[in-house]
Design a protein around this ligand. Structure first.
Ligand SMILES: *[C@@H]1O[C@H](CO)[C@@H](O)[C@H](O)[C@H]1NC(C)=O
Ligand SMILES: *[C@@H]1O[C@H](CO)[C@@H](O)[C@H](O)[C@H]1NC(C)=O
Ligand SMILES: *[C@@H]1O[C@H](CO)[C@@H](O)[C@H](O)[C@H]1NC(C)=O
Length: 475
């Protein structure tokens, strides 16, 4: 029975409808999409108009075509020229534009385009059987996001009603702060004279330096937070750690809202209490000569003598190479006691042979690093440092092995010594070994450059590596 009753009702609707047919699509992103997704729809009997609506907002274009009650469509159409912020409501090229058109014969709202067809698109006359009535009120204005709306009369859409808008703290009002509901006798419409405004977040102007975060193993305390002229002091709180770079113990937030220096880091006191595996490769090819070989040995001896050795400090392996690695004279430093005999061990490293098979020696270095890593206390974070001292280019290809070392997190340093009549160096190759250009130190005046001052610079670079490691961990 129910189904039967429904059919009768539906049939009745078809009979009384004058069958206005409008193209219908909703929120299409373009006229093409509207054409694709839409269809012709026969309007209900109280819908005497076809309406096209084209909105443009931050998300882009939105096209809606549909049947519409004739008066409602006309009211909408009249809103096109109402003053709004851009400066009228309908401004197809502007953001927040809403344009509507109406028409009232079959298929007049144009399946292909956005405009409405026919002479009657501007002035739509209500159909005979829907007598024009004076509207009693305006459409209610929407709620104001991030603001408030207060209207003078209740209910708010009554003709003469005045609504005032204001925004919450931190938001500014865009548009008119007041709107009034008026009646237009000519068009028999009631509407609010101004589109409702919106509230936009006020862009905060920076008044502070960027936050400096925290220091691992240390703390930061500032006189006035991150504000201008605030001075921050840095301390290392963990036993055995010190600031790096040394002496950088405070900074200041400048007028231009930048910090005077970057934040330092806390590293194990270095060299004194550094924790690392250190492998040093000394090139003993024939181009070096006996005299320079001894200079190189003394230099390496002095360099490592300042470090503390042991399973909770530095473990080291030092060897020479030319066309082969000399494993017989290789020095292993695994305990504080090994330091006692260090001078003698260095003296015993001979000088002979020829060739520079650096890649082969790097393979050996990797094995030493793996061995030392196993010997270290597990409770401490160990950095792996490799130092290559050479005066010539490698005869074998270092690419593959250096890649392995870097992916293992080994920080590789190279000292490239260019003697006045020495063998040529290969910068590309040296950079393959160090990867970081700051880890490649050049000595262009030969072996005499391996002096105290250079030793300090190299030690500082090796110690700084611990700092960059910590920085990298923080990123
Ligand atoms: C930072 O560390 C230092 C040294 O240990 C200490 O004197 C200071 O009170 C600490 N400051 C803060 C804010 O924790
Ligand atoms: C070792 O490094 C890891 C990763 O950076 C860190 O979480 C851990 O606290 C460190 N351990 C010590 C003893 O410093
Ligand atoms: C320098 O080293 C690069 C990379 O290992 C290599 O491709 C190039 O042939 C070398 N140049 C010379 C002159 O040996």
């Amino acid at each position: 029975m129910k189904a039967w009753a429904f059919l009768i009702t539906a049939g009745f609707l078809v009979v009384v409808s004058d069958g206005l047919v409008c193209w219908t699509c909703e929120n299409a992103r373009s006229k093409q999409e509207c054409k694709r997704q839409g269809r012709w729809v026969t309007c209900r009997d109280n819908e005497g108009a076809c309406q096209n609506e084209v909105r443009r907002d931050s998300a882009g274009l939105r096209v809606t075509k549909r049947c519409k009650q004739a008066q409602a469509c006309e009211n909408n159409f009249l809103q096109n020229t109402r003053p709004a912020w851009s400066p009228t409501q309908c401004n197809p090229k502007e953001m927040n534009s809403v344009c509507r058109c109406c028409c009232n014969f079959n298929r007049c709202n144009n399946k292909n385009g956005l405009s409405c067809r026919g002479r009657k698109k501007k002035k739509l006359h209500p159909r005979k059987h829907s007598p024009r009535r004076r509207p009693k009120r305006c459409h209610k204005l929407p709620h104001l996001r991030f603001g408030t709306k207060i209207c003078s009369k209740v209910p708010e859409g009554k003709i003469g009603s005045v609504c005032k808008f204001s925004c919450l703290a931190g938001y500014e009002l865009i548009g008119h702060s007041v709107s009034k509901c008026v009646y237009n006798a000519k068009t028999h419409t009631a509407y609010f004279v101004n589109e409702p405004p919106r509230c936009r977040k006020v862009f905060e102007v920076n008044t502070e330096c960027p936050d400096q975060g925290s220091i691992q193993y240390g703390n930061i305390s500032c006189t006035a937070g991150n504000t201008k002229l605030s001075t921050c002091s840095f301390h290392c709180v963990e036993e055995g750690y010190e600031l790096f770079p040394p002496g950088l113990n405070h900074n200041v937030c400048y007028d231009d809202l930048t910090w005077s220096t970057p934040v330092p880091c806390c590293i194990r006191q270095c060299p004194a209490r550094a924790v690392m595996n250190m492998v040093i490769m000394m090139d003993s090819s024939s181009s070096i000569g006996e005299k320079n070989w001894n200079i190189m040995k003394d230099f390496v001896y002095d360099l490592i003598n300042d470090f503390t050795f042991g399973r909770d400090a530095v473990l080291g392996s030092i060897f020479r190479f030319n066309s082969e690695v000399d494993t017989t004279s290789q020095i292993f430093i695994t305990s504080p006691e090994d330091k006692i005999n260090l001078r003698g061990s260095f003296d015993k490293i001979p000088y002979n042979g020829r060739g520079t098979m650096t890649a082969q020696a790097l393979q050996h270095a990797k094995k030493q690093i793996d061995k030392l890593e196993e010997m270290h206390d597990e409770s401490v974070n160990v950095s792996n440092v490799l130092l290559v001292i050479t005066d010539g280019k490698s005869q074998d290809d270092v690419k593959a092995i250096t890649k392995q070392l870097h992916s293992q997190g080994v920080a590789s340093f190279a000292v490239a010594i260019k003697a006045p009549h020495g063998a040529p160096l290969n910068e590309t190759q040296l950079l393959e070994i160090t990867r970081n250009p700051q880890h490649l130190l050049h000595l262009n005046d030969g072996f005499d450059g391996l002096d105290e001052e250079f030793s300090l610079a190299l030690r500082e670079a090796i110690c700084a590596e611990k700092c960059t490691t910590i920085f990298r961990e923080n990123i």
